[in-house]
Design a protein around this ligand. Structure first.
Ligand code: FAD
Length: 573
């Protein structure tokens, strides 16, 4: 449908050219001193931007010409499992070969390990495009995050040994966290790790399931290294080379993402190396890995939603009922508009998040490599880190739920044809369904976000945006947002004052929804201030979502009329 997933999506270019991006790139390129060490490194911001655009255009073309046309065949064929071995569908193999040949297997890794040293924001755009073309392929392409974790937390010997193998495509990775009894609650992981003096290796024993690409050459495994411990502080992270001691029991028969094998693994004294320090596996390393993956799933959702929208728009432009194209029928038109506004809203939040992640990472890298760190730079790293930690679950929750709705609406726009396997919306709908489950369900994103919301962590960002000067229609919108913020803050205070754990857990999702609406409204307002064409987009979002703030407030502050015990009884009626 596209001839290029990048050049035909002006919204991506808009976000790539955000004013703060220059600071990110300058930090990432060590003030462009990298160009003295690596001939391929850009000498200034303009050269860096040109390089990003060139690579994004290449990915956009591969998506349109190679990956998307194979997606249906990949879905039908799926991954294979025989005699304990997994193999990909033919189209998946070809797609991975093309992405590897294009040098895209270490997009964010530093150049000394063969990476491109691109900011996360650029990688996120690639993620979005690949997902729109074939969401199952993204699950394999995205596993380069494994190498990022080795880079961040492994020692130099480990980095030198493994990272070049990742960037050249010689090895691939997987993240083995989940177990039958430890899903959302990863603190209860039971796989054990015992140090073996004779070999100097850790021996892993346990049962992992639902592991994407569990057949990979390099597995990062979360395991209990501290006997007798019961919570996350007894867990460490291990690098396991797939080989003796690793048994792939089966691959799952799933609703969607057929091209991506989801494996059940048994570990029998599998020899592994510790990454970083003991006890920090879950609390530090996996949290970092999962936050990166959550951003990627938000981008995956944006890509799927965009694909679903484009199919719906084309179909509704061509098909006529009652003498006119479907898109001219008001209810259908409204569905299309809602999809489009939601996609652009989600993208604004996604790239705001990726920029904060980039800022955090850039300051962290710079501060860690400086002999002396100024208090100002240390403070910046802390601030960016706090905001990124809150934006990430908000973005994941919004984009994944939105993506499911967009795929649902795309089928609705197609009518009966949408239900048929010979059209694409059906595949997108199935692929979308996992996005709000893996890498932490939406409910777990709410758990991750609510602390920061109660601490009002985003207030400085919102103040910064709303204190810009807006005129005319944008000034009206700014004042509507200001009113909504007051209602939102009153809702937070109400929940605080109640000081009731059950009520807090129950209302958390409403506070998260309110925070997300206020935040996106601000982002779209700022975007509209920078680009007049986006004014009506902002207006549409405000009209669609701001009324929900009052609705949530009413529910939060209403007197409780049915008790928790009475609700339990209703469940059994
Ligand atoms: C296709 C696929 C690929 C996957 N890939 C990987 C992978 O590569 N590596 C890996 O380690 N794992 C992977 N997973 C596992 C995935 O991350 C988990 O399925 C997910 O985290 C949910 O865990 P669970 O399935 O055990 O559900 P449960 O934890 O049992 O949750 C069931 C329901 O209860 C809710 N719930 C649970 N706890 C709470 C709470 N405290 N508050 C509110 N609600 C709660 C959940 O939101 C959910 O609705 C994959 C799963 C699938 C299906």
């Amino acid at each position: 449908m596209h001839s290029n997933y990048f050049t035909e999506n002006p919204d991506l270019l808009f976000h790539l050219q955000h004013p703060v991006f220059e600071e990110i790139v300058t930090l990432r390129e060590d003030n462009f001193r990298q160009s003295e060490l690596f001939p391929q490194a850009p000498a200034d911001y303009a050269a860096a931007l040109a390089e990003y655009k060139e690579k994004l255009t290449l990915v956009g073309r591969l998506c349109a010409e190679q990956i998307a046309p194979r997606a249906t065949a990949v879905d039908r064929e799926g991954a294979h499992f025989a005699a304990g071995k997994v193999s990909y569908a033919a189209g998946t193999k070809e797609n991975l070969r093309l992405l590897t040949e294009a040098g895209l297997m270490g997009v964010t890794l530093p150049r000394q390990y063969g990476g491109l040293n691109f900011p996360r924001t650029v990688y996120t755009m690639m993620t979005e495009m690949v997902s729109g073309a074939d969401a199952s392929l993204q699950n394999l392409f995205g596993l380069q995050d494994i190498s990022e974790t080795i880079y961040l937390f492994g020692d130099e010997e480990m980095r030198q040994k493994y990272l070049p193998l990742f960037t050249s495509g010689e090895v691939d990775g997987a993240m083995a966290l989940t177990e039958p009894e430890a899903g959302s609650d990863l603190q209860s992981v039971q796989t054990t790790a015992e140090f073996d003096q004779a070999s100097g290796m850790w021996l892993l024993n346990g049962h992992k399931h639902f592991i994407t690409n569990g057949c990979a050459r390099i597995l990062l495994v979360l395991a209990r290294s501290e006997p007798g411990s019961e919570d996350g502080r007894g867990l460490s992270l291990f690098l396991l080379e797939n080989g003796p001691g690793v048994e792939i029991k089966r691959i799952e028969d799933k609703l969607g993402l057929h091209g991506s094998p989801t494996c059940e693994l048994l570990l029998h004294n599998a020899p592994a190396q510790l990454i970083g320090q003991r006890r920090r596996g879950l609390t530090r390393y996996v949290m970092s890995l999962m936050n990166g993956a959550r951003l990627a799933i938000a981008a995956q959702s944006q890509g799927i939603a965009e694909a679903a929208y484009r199919l719906a728009l084309r179909y509704c432009s061509e098909r006529k009922q009652f003498g006119k194209p479907l898109r001219q029928l008001a209810p259908v038109n409204e569905m299309l508009l809602r999809m489009k506004v939601n996609i652009m809203a989600g993208r604004s939040l996604l790239y705001e998040t990726s920029r904060y992640v980039d800022l955090r990472d850039s300051y962290e890298r710079m501060n860690n490599s400086s002999a002396e760190v100024s208090p100002e730079n240390r403070q910046k790293e802390k601030n960016f880190s706090r905001i990124a930690a809150l934006l990430t679950p908000l973005s994941k929750a919004f984009s994944t739920e939105m993506c499911n709705q967009a795929c649902y609406d795309s089928i609705q726009c197609h009518g009966g044809k949408g239900y048929m396997q010979d059209l694409e919306p059906e595949r997108l709908y199935r692929d979308a369904r996992i996005t709000n489950i893996y890498e932490g369900t939406t409910q777990m994103q709410i758990v991750a976000a609510i602390g920061g919301i109660m601490q009002r962590s985003l207030e400085p960002l919102l103040d910064e945006i709303t204190s810009l000067t807006y005129s005319g229609k944008l000034a009206e919108i700014a004042s509507e947002i200001a009113k909504a913020r007051k209602v939102f803050n009153a809702a937070i205070s109400h929940v605080e004052q109640k000081a009731d754990g059950y009520f807090f857990d129950l209302m958390a999702r409403r506070l998260v929804a309110m925070q997300t609406v206020v935040l996106i409204a601000c982002l779209l307002l700022r975007d509209a201030g920078n680009n007049q064409e986006r004014q009506q987009l902002c207006r549409c979002f405000i009209d669609m979502y701001l009324p929900e703030i009052n609705c949530h407030y009413q529910i939060i502050t209403a007197e409780e009329k049915v008790t928790a015990e009475q609700k339990e009884k209703i469940l059994e009626m």
